[in-house]
Ligand binder design. Structure first.
Ligand code: ZN
Length: 184
């Protein structure tokens, strides 16, 4: 029997609660969460978010790739157009985690196999490995801040989720510079 049917049953129960009614597309908490697609790192569980609270962007490792920057830029343009209270005052929370499977990209054999199958560049794959989540989350907060297409009034924070105690530790909080606040 498929695992899908019980989940669809939950959806039908959800639809009867009415919590979705009138929910706008912009996030209630004006927050974007970027993290790994690992099933242990689902923000709805880790952060106890409610329906419509945050925009979630996930990929392998929660790394700030070109795609993530483009999504943030798109959201910035869209939300500025949609709401009078401008998006640039929002927040981005970036969460990397321990025991991340992207660490296998540092294994020569596995990386080579994956590169062969996908045509990806091996050096670029190696850079995506999350072995030291404090280091990678610090690096990636700086990548978002440096991206000119992303609204500069965002507060960008970096965190590490330790899968063993189930706790998130904040590594850094990058607030907009005075220069950017004055422009905004
Ligand atoms: Zn991961």
């Amino acid at each position: 029997m498929s695992n899908l049917e019980p989940l669809l049953e939950r959806n039908r129960a959800f639809a009867t609660t009415g919590v979705h009614e009138g929910q706008p597309p912009n996030p209630n908490r004006n927050m974007f969460v970027i993290t790994c697609s690992d099933p242990r790192v689902d923000p709805a569980h880790l952060l106890g978010t409610d329906y419509g609270d945050v925009v979630v962007m996930r990929n392998e490792g929660g790394r700030v790739t070109k795609d993530i920057i483009e999504q943030l830029a798109f959201a910035g343009v869209l939300l500025e157009a949609l709401q009078e209270n401008p998006f640039p005052s929002g927040e981005v929370a970036l969460i990397h985690h321990t025991n991340c499977m992207t660490a296998f990209l540092a294994d020569d054999n596995l990386r080579n196999l994956y590169a062969d199958r996908t045509g990806a560049d091996e050096a670029e794959l190696l850079e995506l490995a999350v072995i030291d989540p404090v280091a990678t989350v610090t690096h990636d907060v700086a990548v978002i801040r440096a991206a000119e297409s992303v609204p500069q009034l965002l507060t960008i924070s970096g965190h590490v989720y330790d899968v063993e105690p189930g706790l998130i530790s904040t590594v850094l909080v990058d607030t907009p510079s005075k220069e950017h606040r004055d422009i905004g």
